[in-house]
Design a protein around this ligand. Structure first.
Ligand code: ZN
Ligand code: FE
Ligand code: FE
Ligand code: ZN
Length: 267
């Protein structure tokens, strides 16, 4: 069986994705997916990434758009309601409220800001600071996020490689500890295929790298495969490639989500 769900799609409300949102569903249908879900960037207070996310007042409209599409496409494809929720230390109560306010099918937890003063993503191309310190801080936050109970799926696990520098020897321990924490927390990890299409890093691989996916599989961490589409044509991006990899690894199941409950489906 092929990969049947793609759960990480954005909408024009985040100001950096193309639309219309119907086109994402149409694309998923054309690819033969059984389920697709939106996970647009969540509203955040204090100006965190204000130019790349919807405002608080738009959140109900986003939810209504997705729930409307669910009805329009009922019987053809299951449209899921998700959110890419930025985990920011100190905003846990705010995020918990956001999680409680709507009937989410899943929350994809992501880290983009490494310290409270940071208002844009912390991995500029050709980052000039200490890359090992950056990774150490990043993985520390992923562990905190995994332990917070706020999310169901961990987004783009090794995303700081967008700096152009992949995690190396010195990150081995932090990666292992973070995967252990995800396993303990009983949440899922996404194989995010946007890595294949980003100009940076210059090597074609998803987030996380396939070597890290192998470590996740060894720990029995539940996986999803997501495109992180910011335009309709990116839906299901490189899923064939990932399918072949998972088959070689003997991975026989992936996971689907509904009302924040996870069930396996056969691959
Ligand atoms: Zn985005
Ligand atoms: Fe992200
Ligand atoms: Fe995303
Ligand atoms: Zn993302």
């Amino acid at each position: 069986m092929p990969i049947r769900c793609d759960y990480h799609m954005h909408t024009p409300r985040c100001q950096h994705a193309a639309g219309p949102i119907e086109a994402y569903v149409e694309r998923a249908l054309a690819l033969g997916l059984g389920e697709m879900g939106f996970a647009c960037h969540n509203p955040l207070p204090h100006g965190y990434g204000a130019n790349v996310r919807m405002t608080e007042s738009e959140l109900p409209d986003y939810v209504n758009d997705v729930l409307r599409l669910r009805e329009v496409y009922r019987g053809q494809i299951d449209v899921r309601l998700g959110l890419e929720m930025d985990y920011v230390v100190g905003l846990e109560d705010y995020l918990r409220q956001q999680a409680a306010d709507y009937p989410w099918d899943y929350l994809i937890g992501s880290i983009h800001y490494l310290d409270p003063a940071c208002r844009t993503p912390s991995w500029p191309r050709n980052y000039a600071g200490d890359i090992h310190a950056l990774y150490a801080r990043y993985f520390e936050l992923v562990r905190q996020m995994a332990g917070s109970g706020l999310c169901d799926i961990v987004a783009h696990f090794d995303v700081p490689k967008r700096t152009g520098r992949a995690p190396g020897e010195r990150e081995t321990e932090a990666i292992a500890a973070t995967l252990d924490q995800i396993a303990r927390a009983g949440i899922a990890l996404e194989i995010n295929t946007s890595g294949y299409r980003h100009a940076e890093p210059p090597w074609p691989e998803p987030y996380p790298s396939l070597a890290i996916v192998e470590q996740a599989l060894a720990r029995g961490i539940p996986l999803t495969v997501n495109s992180d589409a910011h335009s309709p044509v990116q839906v299901g991006w490189m899923f064939d490639e990932v399918e072949k990899f998972l088959a070689r690894q003997g991975c026989r199941q992936l996971w689907r989500f509904e009302k924040r409950r996870r069930t396996a489906y056969a691959l």
